[in-house]
Design a protein around this ligand. Sequence first.
Ligand SMILES: [Zn+2]
Length: 44
Amino acid sequence: MLLTREERKVWYYNQTHKTIDGIIYKQCTRCNEFKPMDKDSFYT
Ligand SMILES: [Zn+2]
């Protein structure tokens, strides 16, 4: 699979983010759990 740099960025974003009921969840890089992106869990 050949991806441009921009496509890789989108692909990676889609792997680590998802939206449920209008809330964006981001996958934690340490425990791989999806956590809502609020100010407490952002980038943790
Ligand atoms: Zn975590």
